[in-house]
Design a protein around this ligand. Sequence first.
Ligand code: DAK
Length: 259
Amino acid sequence: MDTPLVLIDHHDGFYTLTINRPEALNALNKGVFDELEAFFKQYMGDFSVKGVIITGAGQKAFVAGADIKEFAALDTAAGSALSKRGQDVFFMMERFHAPVIAAVNGFALGGGCELAMSCHIRVAGQHAKFGQPEVNLGLVPGYGGSQRLIQLIGKGKAIEMLLTADMIGADEALRLGLVTHVVDAGMETAKAMEILQKIATKGPLAVQHSIQLVNAYFDKSVDGFEKEYKDFGKTIGSADSKEGAAAFVEKRKPVFKAQ
Ligand code: DAK
């Protein structure tokens, strides 16, 4: 049997997905996309999954981009189709019901930066480097990077990164809001797990709707305020919200059931 390109480890509802192509600095090829897609398709809406961490094998790279050797021969039609397919996989991650955290343990370039930006939260090792170097190859980003980079750090810095292909380090990524935590190298997954465990004590439906509401802000076809009052109704009508209020009054920890 072939070695998986995405290693899946799970414990008590927490999943760690490790992109496993260290010899190519974990570059995203078709096989990696197939395995990521299969995971998120299988578990979408399954509340036994409390959270997901995505990281890269080895200590050098999270993901150093799309696999340059794979896309060299593509023409316009095939390239657009592949880009759309990659965007769809990243949308599945962004819309996942439970938090997905990127534990960025090294280079996050091109498609790697796009993968990290499609996660809900990003934790970087001190040695991490971020960039969108597509222009070096005569390309623009193909997996949502031109849009999500602006969403996260604003137009001014995003356009500079896109046009110069310059990399930024972890501390600058933190300052710009591209990541929310910087930790010692090797501690990225531990920090991500700490965040997931905290979120897992909250109401799972409320977490799911919070993710949807943040996504709605950036979805031009959705009125986020309208969705908020509707989702508020759904959450306040849920058994979990009754349990949350009862636990508060009884001075105990709530036991949520995603109902
Ligand atoms: N793809 C394939 N192999 C890669 C790779 C990549 N993105 N990045 C690194 N590798 C491979 C290297 O070729 C090398 O393999 P061997 O030559 O040893 O066989 C091995 O990983 C180790 O890399 P280096 O020897 O270069 O390691 P260094 O420490 O010297 O340098 C580096 C590390 C990260 C600075 C350097 O490897 C580098 O610049 N890598 C390329 C970064 C990059 O430009 N990434 C691509 C960004 S553009 C598309 C959709 C999206 C995209 C494209 C198409 N379609 C839908 C068609 C997105 C494109 C991108 O992501």
